[in-house]
Design a protein around this ligand. Structure first.
Ligand code: UDX
Ligand code: ADP
Length: 460
C-alpha cells in the first residue's frame, strides 16, 4: 500500500503538531488536518505564525515549511475523509461528566461520531488509525461501527498512540524514543511503519497487537504519573525531616535501575493526560472486578490532589492563617513550561483553594491569555463568573503584578522566572515578602539574601 493522501480528524495539541511533522518529513504525502472548530482551523491557517492555536517551540517553523505545500487545514471533514487512504482519529477523549462512569471513564462520543462519519463518507477501502488515547478494546467498537455500514468498504484499524510531551512536542516527534503501532492486518501496519520509517530508525518502531498498543499508552502515562506522585510523597516527608527532595532525587536517580528523569517534586502534575488516563485505567480495572489493581493506581491521583491542596494550605498557614483580602501573585498558569495548555493545571486548583479563603489573585503567565484563566476557573463552577473576575486579575507584566502583593507563588517552571530582578520585585511588595516556589526553580540562597521569606516544595 503506497500512501499518498492522509487525513487527520482533530486539529488539537496532538493532531496539529503530529501531522505537521509527518507533512514536513514526507513532502510527497498530502496531509489534511480537519476540525469542526472553525476558529481553530482559521488560527492554524493564520498568516501570523504567532497566532497558531498551539504554542510549541519549533512548531511555527515546521508549519511554515509544509503549509500550502502538502499540509492543509480545513473544516471540510467529509471531503478530506473521502480523499484519504489513511484517516487518523485525533479527537478529544475527556473524562465522562455524566452517567455511568462519570468522573472516571473516557467519554468516547467524539470517537464514535468520527467513526460514523467515516462510515457514511467512505467509498473505498481505508486504514483508520487511532491516535487519541483510548480505553483497551476501543478498536472493537470502531470496527463494529465501520464494518456494519453495508457499503462494501473495507477498513483496517491500527492503534498508534502518541507519546509526545507538550512543550517538547516537535523534538519528541522528530526523535521519538519509540513509535508504537498495533494492528492485525500486516499490510496496513507496514503502510504506517513506512511513513514513520522516513525519519525514525526501524529499530524504534515497535509493532504489537491492537490491545497491547492501546493498553501500553495508558500504562506509560500511569507509570510516569506514579513517579511524580512518588517523589511528591517523599517531598512532604522532606519538609518534616530537614531532608531536601532534590538531593534525595539525585541520590536515587543515579541508580541506573531507577534513572534520573521524572523525579522533580512539584506542586502536582497537570495536563490533559495523566489524570484522565489513570482514572480510565482505574475504571477499566474495576469493571473487570480487579479492586486491588484499581485501588493501587487510584492512589497516584489521591496523592496528586493532596500535593496541590497542601501547597495552598501552606500559603494560608504561613501568611498568619489568613489570606482574606491579601494579594497573592501567581507566576505561571500553564500546566508546565513552554506550552499554552492549561488543562488540569495545578494552578487552577491552588487558585480555587485560595479563593475559597477570600484571597485576591493576580496571574502572570507568558503564554496563557486572560480569557483562558477565567474559562478554567468558571469551568470548576465553584463561584460565579462575576466573582472570578472580581477576585482574579490577569496582567501582562511580572513586575507590575508584584506591586502590593503579600506573596508570590511559582506555579509553572517557565525559564524566564529565574532571570527576573527579584530585588526589584521585592521592593514593591508588602513586607515580609513571601515566595512559595512550587517548582523549585529559584535560587533559595539568593532569595534569602534579598530578604524574601522563601518556601519551596520538599525542603525543610
Ligand atoms: C505526558 C507524557 O509525558 C507523554 O508521553 C504523553 O504522550 C502525554 O502525557 P505531558 O502531559 O504533555 O505528557 O507532559 P509531562 O512532561 O509528562 O508532564 C506532565 C505533568 O507532570 C506536568 O504538570 C509536569 O510539570 C509534571 N511533572 C513532570 C512533575 O511535576 N515532575 C516531573 O519530574 C515531571
Ligand atoms: P488533544 O490534546 O487530544 O489533541 P484537543 O482538545 O486539543 O485534544 O483537540 C481535539 C480536537 O478534535 C478539537 O479541536 C475538536 O474540535 C476536534 N474534534 C472533536 N470531534 C470532532 C469531529 N467529530 N470532527 C472533527 N473534529 C473534531
Amino acid at each position: 500500500m503506497n500512501i499518498t493522501n492522509i487525513c487527520c480528524i482533530g486539529a488539537g495539541y496532538v493532531g496539529g503538531p503530529t501531522m505537521s511533522v509527518i507533512a514536513q518529513q514526507c513532502p510527497d504525502i498530502r496531509v489534511t488536518i480537519v476540525d469542526i472548530n472553525e476558529a481553530r482551523i482559521a488560527a492554524w491557517n493564520s498568516d501570523d505564525l504567532s497566532e497558531l492555536p498551539v504554542y510549541e517551540p519549533g512548531l511555527a517553523g515546521v508549519v511554515a515549511e509544509a503549509r500550502g505545500r502538502n499540509l492543509f487545514f480545513s473544516t471540510d471533514v467529509d471531503r478530506a475523509i473521502d480523499e484519504a487512504q489513511m484517516v487518523f482519529i485525533s479527537v478529544n477523549t475527556p473524562t465522562k461528566t455524566y452517567g455511568k462512569g462519570r468522573g472516571m471513564a473516557a467519554d468516547l462520543k467524539y470517537i464514535e461520531l468520527c467513526a460514523r462519519q467515516i462510515a457514511a463518507v467512505a467509498k473505498d477501502d481505508k486504514i483508520i488509525v487511532e491516535k487519541s488515547t483510548l480505553p483497551v478494546r476501543t478498536a472493537d467498537a470502531l470496527k463494529s461501527i465501520l464494518h456494519n455500514t453495508g457499503n462494501g468498504v473495507n477498513f483496517h484499524i491500527l492503534s498508534n498512540p502518541e507519546f509526545l510531551a507538550e512543550g517538547t512536542a516537535v523534538a519528541d516527534l522528530h526523535n521519538p524514543d519509540r513509535v508504537l503501532i498495533g494492528g492485525e492486518h500486516p499490510e496496513a501496519v507496514e503502510a504506517l511503519v513506512s511513513i514513520y520509517g522516513r525519519w525514525v530508525d526501524r529499530s524504534r518502531i515497535l509493532t504489537t497487537n491492537l490491545w497491547s498498543s492501546e493498553l501500553s499508552k495508558l500504562t506509560a502515562n500511569a507509570f510516569l504519573a506514579q513517579r511524580v506522585s512518588s517523589i511528591n510523597a517523599i517531598s512532604e516527608l522532606c519538609e518534616k525531616t530537614g531532608a531536601n527532595v532534590d538531593e534525595v532525587a539525585r541520590a536515587i536517580g543515579t541508580d541506573s535501575r531507577i534513572g534520573p528523569k521524572f523525579l522533580k517534586a512539584s506542586v502536582g502534575f497537570g495536563g490533559s493526560c495523566f489524570q484522565k488516563d489513570i482514572l480510565n485505567l482505574v475504571y477499566i480495572a474495576r469493571s473487570y472486578g480487579l479492586q486491588e489493581v484499581a485501588d493501587y493506581w487510584e492512589q497516584v491521583i489521591i496523592m496528586n490532589d493532596h500535593q496541590k491542596r497542601r501547597f495552598a494550605d501552606n500559603i494560608v498557614q504561613t501568611l498568619y492563617n489568613t489570606v482574606s483580602g491579601k494579594k497573592i501573585v501567581f507566576y505561571g498558569w500553564a500546566f508546565k513550561k513552554d506550552t499554552n495548555d492549561t488543562r488540569e493545571s495545578a494552578a487552577i486548583y491552588v487558585a480555587d483553594a485560595l479563593l475559597a479563603e477570600e484571597a485576591e489573585i493576580t496571574v502572570y503567565d507568558p503564554k496563557v491569555p486572560a480569557g483562558q484563566v477565567y474559562r478554567d476557573l468558571d469551568y470548576l463552577g465553584t463561584r460565579s463568573p462575576e466573582e472570578n473576575r472580581r477576585l482574579v486579575t490577569v496582567v501582562g507584566d511580572p513586575y507590575e503584578a508584584a506591586g502590593d502583593a503579600h506573596a508570590i507563588a511559582v506555579l509553572t517552571e517557565w525559564d524566564e522566572f529565574r532571570t527576573y530582578d527579584w530585588k526589584r520585585i521585592r521592593e514593591h511588595m508588602m513586607k515580609p515578602a513571601f515566595v512559595f516556589d512550587g517548582r523549585k526553580i529559584l535560587a533559595a540562597n539568593k532569595l534569602d539574601q534579598i530578604g524574601f521569606q522563601y518556601y519551596e516544595v520538599g525542603a525543610g
